[in-house]
Design a protein around this ligand. Structure first.
Ligand code: ATP
Ligand code: MN
Length: 538
């Protein structure tokens, strides 16, 4: 499926309004790597990977992400501060400005696909101002064969102009950067930001609308892998909770690391053709597969290198969100094509900086629906006069910024599929243990991996009442023992050594859950509401 050969095919950019561009169509990753270095837009790291700086933006900008309000979207999208409406006329005017800006420049164009399942394939043309952004598209989207390329008919177009700055006073944007989806024209228009994640999450957002509305398929912000017996596991979670880390497992074949669809034909398929891993504090010792994937073809973002091109993964001078993108075949054990059967186990990952959620627990169907709608993780707030307090962060469906529809729509689809497939759902705290951030420490990766392996090997079946303990605050089933994990780690309360402090903090968190859930209550059945925590502070 991978295609590094050069195509003889030619295309024209005139139809996009881009005039007199020097067009580079479908260049190989090697060529893009070379061009980026020649232009001084990147350097080669000692591993062979290309290292670039994405510029002003080193992360997505959710407040600058808009959807054009038109006949397709107006009655379907859940409008608000997540899905911010954009005027269709304003879009046309801004689009003209962007393509004018791109005219007379060198432009890099790549044809690619999203969705590994033939029945759902979406053809995408990516038009980039920068060569390394185009290489990112090579890494992250599915790569067409020569034959597919010859018959290529782009359904969606990504126009990506990091150097174009909008004028908010006339253009209708909030500030100079923007990522706007137009479902009528099928365009993702991105400007003012070089952060590559906007490209992949732009198409993800489009699919999160298209698949449930037109294809009866549930799109999910999750990673997925499959065991030797064909058992699929999927991992939901907000940024930094471990989707990429935990799905990359030498004993299981990787289906994909971030975006999947669950069809009515009982299959799960990857949208993408690559991985986009965080590299903060990356070590070969703890994450060998990801570490070794960083070689020629991979693109490192916003890392610091020494004079010999060696990356200092602990250096967060530019950002904490240092990243690498690589095509999925940089990982040894992958599923080809990137499709699995109905999941047998679903993991909800949360990095609980309060340190009160059990490291692993089993959820009832009501609890699963409740936690999916809540989408909890915690952020660690900046230090102010030495005070470090975790801040709860709720993001519906573990991916609200990419979900154009009301969360209840995705939750209904998930609940329905969970019940029909009899899947087991587990809540995994990859965050803090032994106390909150500042007191306790991050759960050891080897323990989290051991807990997940125990589930996948059928060792945490919770067959008897005595096997587990119902958590008095969260109501979830907490196993008493787990192979490869010290028993003391399994009870968060026990790791604190201070019951009073533990419960006070737990109630702080359950109150935050209750507060957050208020906006969904009207849309949720009694059954789902019952899945919430059992005790709150009054
Ligand atoms: P995104 O949606 O932004 O891609 P993600 O869910 O894929 O985020 P990861 O890239 O897997 O998140 O990041 C998890 C980070 O947390 C990694 O840097 C990993 O090394 C670190 N980590 C530390 N302890 C754990 C643990 N117990 N479980 C999982 N990850 C851990
Ligand atoms: Mn990830």
């Amino acid at each position: 499926m991978d295609n590094n050969t050069q195509t003889t095919k030619t295309i024209s950019l005139e139809r996009y309004g881009i005039k007199n561009a020097k067009l580079y169509y479908q260049l190989s990753p090697e060529e893009l790597h070379e061009i980026s270095i020649k232009k001084g837009l990147g350097v080669q790291a000692s591993s062979g990977a290309l290292a670039v700086n994405t510029g002003e933006f080193t992360g997505r900008s959710p407040k600058d992400r808009f959807i054009v309000k038109d006949d397709i979207t107006k009655d379907r999208v859940w409008w608000g501060n997540i899905n911010i409406p954009f005027d269709a006329d304003k879009f046309d005017k801004l689009y003209s400005k962007v393509v004018n800006y791109l005219s007379n420049k060198e432009i890099f164009v790549r044809d690619s696909y999203a969705c590994a399942d033939e029945n759902y394939k979406l053809s995408i043309r990516v038009i980039n101002e920068y060569p390394w952004s185009n290489q990112f598209a090579y890494n992250m989207f599915l790569r067409p064969t020569d034959e597919e390329l010859n018959n290529f008919n782009p359904q969606w177009t990504v126009v990506n102009a990091p150097g174009f700055m909008a004028n908010p006073d006339v253009d209708g944007t909030r500030q100079h950067n923007f990522a706007i989806l137009d479902f009528s024209k099928k365009i993702a228009l991105i400007g003012g930001t070089g952060y590559t994640g906007e490209i992949k999450k732009g198409i993800f957002s489009a699919l999160n609308f298209i698949l449930p509305v037109f294809k009866n398929t549930l799109p999910m912000h999750c990673s997925a892998n499959v065991g030797k017996n064909g058992d699929t596991a999927i991992f939901f979670g907000l940024s930094g909770t471990g989707k990429t880390t935990l799905s990359t497992d030498p004993n299981r074949s990787l289906i994909g690391d971030d975006e999947h669809g669950w069809t009515n034909e009982n299959t799960v398929f990857n949208f993408e053709g690559g991985c986009y891993a965080k590299v903060i504090n990356l070590s070969r010792d703890k994450e060998p597969e990801i570490y070794d994937a960083i070689k020629k073809g991979a693109i490192l973002e916003n890392v610091i290198l020494d004079d010999n091109g060696v990356v200092d993964f602990a250096n967060t001078t530019i950002t904490q969100n240092t990243r690498v993108s690589y095509p999925i075949h940089h990982i040894e054990n992958i599923k080809v094509p990137s499709i699995g059967k109905n999941p047998k186990n679903i993991f909800f990952l949360t990095a609980d900086a309060f340190g009160v959620i059990p490291p692993i627990s089993k959820l009832t169907p009501s609890q699963a629906a409740y936690h999916f709608i809540s989408g909890y993780t915690a952020k660690v707030a900046g230090t102010e006069a030495g005070v470090v307090e975790p801040v709860p962060s709720f993001s519906a469906c573990f991916g609200a910024p990419f979900m154009p529809l009301h969360p209840a729509k995705y939750a209904e689809m998930l609940s329905d599929k969970m019940v029909k497939s009899g899947v087991n759902v587990w809540l995994v705290n990859t965050g803090w243990t032994g106390g909150p951030y500042g007191v306790g420490k991050r759960m050891e990766l080897k323990y989290t991996r051991a807990m997940i392996n125990a589930v996948l090997n059928g060792d945490l079946g919770l067959y008897n009442y005595d096997d587990y303990h119902i958590h008095s605050v969260f109501g979830v089933a907490q196993p008493r023992t787990c192979p490869g994990v010290p028993t003391s780690v399994l009870s968060p309360r026990a790791t604190w050594n201070n019951d009073e402090a533990y419960y006070t903090t737990a109630f702080k968190l359950t109150n935050a859950f209750r507060e957050n859930f208020k906006k969904f209550e009207a849309h949720c059945s009694e059954e789902i509401r019952r899945g919430g925590p059992q005790r709150y502070a009054f």
